[in-house]
Ligand binder design. Structure first.
Ligand code: CP
Ligand code: NVA
Length: 307
């Protein structure tokens, strides 16, 4: 029997597999635009477990599964036994006995590792405190569509070294770009993430990180679950805002990305999201296309069909 494939971090796929998923996402986007039916997951069922809020992830998975001919279930801890303390392992066994694929958005990464260990069907990471690999697929699709291959390019990360930043760090190996990071003191990457990774550079200032970059990325200064740290973080993060003036230091054709939701006036200026260099709306839409390709891949359907 073929072992179950999960997508808990980018490292669960080879660089070639990730490239194939992005190529297929671009194709699925074209088919959708042309009105061509592509029900490769007919009758398949996706369960979505959300322990944190979501707009893009929920809608893109749900719409994506419907467009592929399948159906999805939204499960919140407020209405399931997970929220009343039923062990993750028991929930994973039961859910996976009934559905074909499961997406989980949760807090500690160990929760999704546990879930996957006990699941008999593929589990997709829809965001943990550690990483958000689905978002990076959409970001790379967006870069590829607008600027060509990201391999060999320079990406600048400005702000908190949070789950998105760590996904970008992981992406250096998967996608072959160089990553320059500028984070406030105390909010940078763990040393272990820098070790043996020549594609990573720590910059002294946001300006140093952004200078000559092909892509500039940021995210909120406090993530879901860290709301109580707002007051303590704000003074330390001042100066780490991405705005058109900072973008002027990047290459003239540089793109700006943000996974959204954004806090205008904090990590991004009020005018940055609608600046001509901003790709954030395409980036958000591409969650739909990349996750459709990912689900096909994990269920070995469509162009990924195996015997
Ligand atoms: N970028 C992202 O994951 O957005 P949601 O929190 O709205 O799903
Ligand atoms: N870093 C953010 C990403 C939201 C999509 C968070 O975890 O809240």
């Amino acid at each position: 029997m073929t072992p179950v494939r999960h997508f808990l971090t980018l490292s669960d796929c080879t660089p070639a597999e990730l490239d194939a998923i992005i190529t297929r996402a671009i194709e699925l986007k074209r088919l959708l635009r042309e009105g061509v039916t592509h029900e490769t997951l007919h009758n398949r069922i996706l369960a979505m477990v959300f322990e944190k809020a979501s707009t893009r992830t929920r809608v893109s998975f749900e719409v994506g599964m419907a467009q592929l001919g399948g159906q999805s279930l939204f499960l919140s801890p407020r209405d399931t036994q997970l929220g009343r303390g039923e062990p993750v392992s028991d929930s994973a066994r039961v859910l996976s006995s009934m559905v074909d694929i499961i997406m989980v958005r949760t807090f500690e990464h160990s929760i999704i590792d546990d879930f996957a260990r006990y699941s008999s069907v593929p589990v997709i990471n829809g965001l943990t405190d550690e990483c958000h690999p689905c978002q990076l697929l959409a970001d790379v699709q967006t870069f590829v569509e607008q600027r060509g291959s990201i391999r060999g390019k320079t990406v600048a990360w400005v702000g908190d070294c949070n789950n998105m930043c760590r996904t970008y760090i992981n992406g250096t190996r998967a996608f072959g770009y160089t990553l320059k990071l500028s984070c406030p003191k105390g909010y940078g990457p763990d040393k272990s993430l820098l070790a043996n990774n020549p594609a990573m550079q720590l910059a002294d200032t946001p300006a140093d990180a952004v200078r000559d970059a092909d892509l500039v990325v940021t995210d909120v200064w406090f993530s879901m679950g860290q709301e109580s740290e707002r007051g303590q973080r704000l003074p330390l993060f001042t100066g780490f805002q991405v705005n058109p003036m900072l973008m002027n230091l990047a290459k003239p054709d540089a793109l700006f990305m943000h996974c959204l939701p954004a806090h205008r006036g904090e990590e991004v200026s009020h005018d940055m999201l609608d600046d001509p260099r901003s790709a954030v709306w395409d980036e958000a839409e591409n969650r739909l296309h990349t996750q459709k390709a990912l689900m096909e891949f994990l269920l070995a359907s469509g162009p990924f069909k195996t015997r």
